[in-house]
Design a protein around this ligand. Structure first.
Ligand code: XIL
Length: 350
């Protein structure tokens, strides 16, 4: 009997010692905070029901992006009837854990409500619909959602002109400018972002994004930042070129955030792949930390278990074994996690 109690006591002490040792290693967010930087993750509410997910999110990240549930098609399923439940829950989680919310996204050609896409609206009606949705979201979360992706993916992939979208057809080219003005009116303190993919390095698309933003700023449109999504394929982070692009965007007077980082690959993960993936994350983070304009680094999910890239009808990519994030399916940190941890530790000391 006594022996059992002793063994139990020793086991408890050992256990406490071990977890104390683990606790000594700082988290990504602690390191980020010591240099006034944001490290974020995208999340769906159902992820919060997985205890390890919620714990990892709160421990490692100080910024949160609603991955899908704050978009137009999710919030306004019927015209004028808003369902804020999911966004509320995400914002409450962020507040409980002292995280900044990066709102995503008000105007996008995907995830538009069905009634809007299939309806027959005049330009004035479409403007009113867009304004109503922007006001509904931005006013409701005034002071609680500090940053908004106001317009997402509006530039054509060629970089020449705007993507042809229902918003463009309904309203015309000024839908972008109107969206920013409405958001600013709804919350003058919110930081308003334009967000896009394929515009990280100095590509034709990046030139298109740069031109759009220069033009908006010249005309006094309230745009404060640009989100570079950062959906990379393995080995494709061109650090020098991305640094150059961030520099020119910053010189326009914008802050830059990496908003949706993940690194995809074909086949099953192996040591080589995970090592290259770690290098890709490290390069991107290094570029961001070295730029005075880059204020946040957001990953598009916490655990590989829930990555959007395992979705079955993406069209551009298919690999059920893809593992593009910092934590594996069981929430173990991957080489990419440790690469970021080491880098943030170095940077904060330096
Ligand atoms: C994706 C989400 O990750 C998915 O869960 C959802 O089904 C579709 O949207 N660029 C964006 C994001 O700006 O909003 C997209 O998010 C991924 C690509």
């Amino acid at each position: 009997m006594f022996r059992t109690i002793w063994i139990l006591a020793i086991a408890l002490l050992l256990g406490a010692g071990l977890s104390a040792a683990q606790d000594e290693q700082p988290s990504l967010r602690e390191l980020a905070e010591s240099r006034d930087f944001y490290i974020g993750a995208a999340v769906w509410t159902n992820h919060l029901d997985v205890p390890e997910h919620a714990e990892t999110l709160a421990r490692e990240f100080n910024m949160l992006t609603p991955e899908h549930e704050a978009k137009h098609c999710m919030v306004e399923r019927q015209r004028g009837q808003y369902d804020f439940e999911a966004t509320d829950r995400l914002v409450e989680f962020a507040e409980e854990h002292d995280m900044v919310v990066h709102g995503h996204t008000l105007v996008w050609h995907q995830c538009m409500p069905q009634w809007l896409v299939s309806g027959d609206f005049t330009r004035d009606e479409a403007i009113e619909i867009m304004r109503d949705f922007i006001f509904a979201m931005v006013e409701r979360y005034k002071g609680r959602i500090a940053i908004w992706d106001v317009v997402n993916e509006a530039v054509a992939d060629s970089g020449r002109g705007l993507r042809r979208t229902p918003w463009l057809e309904l309203i015309g080219e000024d839908y972008i400018e109107l969206a920013f003005r409405f958001a600013h009116e709804a919350d003058p303190d919110a930081l308003l972002f334009y967000n896009d993919y394929g515009a990280e390095a100095m590509t034709g698309k990046a030139n298109g994004v740069y031109e759009l933003l220069s033009d908006l700023l010249e005309r006094g449109v309230p745009v404060h930042g640009v989100g570079l999504q950062g959906h990379f394929t393995l080995g494709s982070v061109n650090a020098g070129s991305i640094a150059q692009n961030i520099q020119r965007l910053g010189e326009l007077g914008l802050q830059v955030q990496i908003t949706e980082m993940d690194v995809r690959f074909n086949g099953e993960p192996n040591d080589n792949i995970l090592h290259q993936q770690a290098t890709d994350y490290e390069r991107m983070m290094e570029v961001c930390l070295e730029s005075e304009y880059c204020t946040a680094f957001v990953v598009w999910g916490v655990s590989d278990r829930f990555t959007w890239l395992r979705g079955s009808n993406l069209g551009f990519f298919e690999n059920p074994d893809v593992a593009p994030l910092l934590f594996d399916d069981d929430y173990n940190p991957k080489p990419a996690y440790f690469a970021l941890l080491d880098l943030l530790a170095e940077e904060t000391q330096g």
